[in-house]
Design a protein around this ligand. Structure first.
Ligand SMILES: CC(C)(COP(=O)(O)OP(=O)(O)OC[C@H]1O[C@@H](n2cnc3c(N)ncnc32)[C@H](O)[C@@H]1OP(=O)(O)O)[C@@H](O)C(=O)NCCC(=O)NCCS
Length: 184
């Protein structure tokens, strides 16, 4: 497995694979994936965009992750902003990198690929803090939760409902940079 940094056009060239990995990892239906494809395609032009990918020896996409500078006018940012009090807004949102997607194909999970992707992405990220959202789940059982806790992410908002999605999410955050060697 090889971890690479992706430029916006690298991701766009592999958009079909990206959407396929996303769908497999999240277990989402086909209809939902079409909408997501459009969003992902537009995200690559946002300021501060950074992306990483993991490729197999044959060049297959095993996982990817990306994010960008969180800013007013972005749907996710505005939803989170509306639920934070003023001091928290200032602290979390004024100079913040958002991890938008982080996924590993199910067959490749559990071998450190997600951790390597997250570490590389955060090392490239601009900003004083990083935020992400993840579905609420049992922290001991969920691989995503264990990963984020290992990386030192703490609760910013819990049981958060985004309009149009009945699942509850947690918004997690931490300061940047992540010191090298602190997370295995
Ligand atoms: C969440 C996700 C990205 C994590 O990626 P992953 O590659 O499975 O995670 P890692 O392999 O880095 O960590 C998983 C385990 O491997 C272990 N590990 C780390 N390095 C390792 C290595 N070199 N060799 C073997 N195992 C290793 C970790 O200790 C960890 O153990 P744990 O799961 O028991 O806590 C991935 O599971 C995924 O795509 N899940 C579905 C989608 C999702 O939830 N995405 C995030 C939503 S916001």
């Amino acid at each position: 497995m090889r971890l690479v940094a992706w430029q916006p056009d690298d991701l766009l060239r592999r958009l079909d694979d990206v959407v396929a990995v996303y769908g497999e990892a999240m277990g989402y239906r086909k209809e939902l994936l079409q909408t997501r494809r459009g969003y992902i395609g537009s995200h690559v032009r946002r300021p501060g965009f950074r992306a990483v990918a993991t490729l197999t020896a044959e060049g297959r996409l095993a996982g990817f992750g990306y994010g960008y500078t969180s800013a007013a006018g972005q749907w996710w940012h505005d939803q989170v902003r509306a639920s934070l009090d003023e001091p928290s807004r200032k602290y979390w949102l004024s100079d913040c990198f958002e991890v938008v997607e982080l996924h590993v194909r199910p067959v490749a999970q559990g071998h450190g690929v997600g951790a390597r992707q997250l570490r590389a992405l955060l090392a490239m990220a601009e900003g004083k803090r990083v935020l992400l959202s993840t579905p609420e789940a049992d922290e001991q059982v969920s691989r995503a939760w264990r990963l984020y806790r290992r990386f030192g992410f703490s609760d910013v908002l819990r049981d958060f409902l985004f309009p149009g999605d009945e699942r509850a999410f947690a918004i997690l955050g931490r300061e940047l940079p992540v010191a090298e060697g602190t997370v295995s």
